[in-house]
Design a binder for this molecule. Structure first.
Ligand code: BTN
Length: 269
């Protein structure tokens, strides 16, 4: 019989999970195109999936921001949380913040120096260990559902990354020097996420916590948006989660874009 003790099956995830609603419904797969895609199908077909998670051992079409492919080999943690939050679509970036806070805090409990890079990456020693992709569906001006997709390089062999990715990405196992129990890590992330989500629901500001875990604030950055490239020092994020950058011409608020640290930018260009 196969040993499924560290596979993210419904049974393993639910055993000892101390959340009240996040992850209480688990859709587990061995291989899917993308857990976000499955989660979106479920959310559009069923009402009672608030808090449900879709998790897969591998993804053949894992998706990152800007539709980039997200490599999802065996040994990682690839999952999506389905939510029906009563919030305005413009507040949905806070779901990404909540996920970033949850993952970062959990990784830190393993003794690793995890930090959040605006808007949605978690880094260890400057290398990406986790990416978050939140996708929403709206009806009129209301949020119908949100899918928060989280990918963590847990027990991935970093030598399997293509060279260009290897330079900028890492895995928890690589940083820690030993493999990690993915079921336990998933449960820990779900607990932290639920706690932060409940704060959001009560109208608390979670951005101070985000800032305290941030790697970006205070850094010289180059941010590429669809329309322009902004260079300056990241001084904070505003109440909508926009990055505030002090440039030669004054302050700029950037709601969405790709943030590159100036030091890396010089090397890349
Ligand atoms: C990024 O950094 O560009 C975001 C990456 C998000 C990857 C996760 S893995 C689970 C979920 N399913 C997907 O297809 N994408 C997200």
């Amino acid at each position: 019989m196969k040993d499924h003790s560290n596979i993210l099956t419904k049974k393993n995830v639910l055993k000892g999970l101390s959340t009240t609603f996040i992850g209480k419904k688990v859709f587990h797969f061995f291989d899917v195109t993308s857990t976000n895609w499955i989660a979106k199908q479920l959310a559009s077909q069923f009402r009672d999936v608030h808090g449900a998670i879709v998790v897969s051992e591998t993804q053949s079409g894992g998706k990152g921001r800007y539709n980039r492919p997200w490599m999802s080999f065996m040994g990682g943690l690839w999952f999506s949380i389905i939510l029906r939050p009563s919030m305005s679509p413009s507040d949905s970036p806070h779901l990404t913040h909540a996920a970033g806070i949850a993952v970062t805090k959990c990784i830190r409990t393993y003794g690793l120096d995890a930090r959040i890079k605006w808007p949605n990456d978690v880094l260890i020693h400057g290398k990406k260990v986790c990416g978050i992709l939140t996708e929403i569906s709206t009806t009129l001006d209301m949020l119908d559902y949100a899918v928060v997709g989280i990918g963590v390089n847990v027990n991935i062999d970093t030598s399997s990354f293509p060279e260009d990715i290897r330079e900028n990405a890492t895995a928890m196992r690589h940083e820690l020097g030993k493999p990690i129990d993915r079921v336990k890590l998933l449960q820990e992330i779900l607990v932290e996420f639920e706690e932060t989500y409940k704060k959001l629901e009560k109208g608390y500001n979670i951005l101070d916590e985000w800032k305290s875990l941030s790697d970006t604030i205070g850094r010289e950055v180059v941010v590429k948006t669809v329309h322009k490239t902004i260079e300056g020092v990241a001084t904070g994020i505003d109440s909508k989660g926009a990055l505030v950058v002090k440039t030669d011409k004054g302050m700029e608020r950037i709601l969405s874009g790709e943030c590159i640290y100036a030091r890396h930018y010089a090397r890349r260009s």
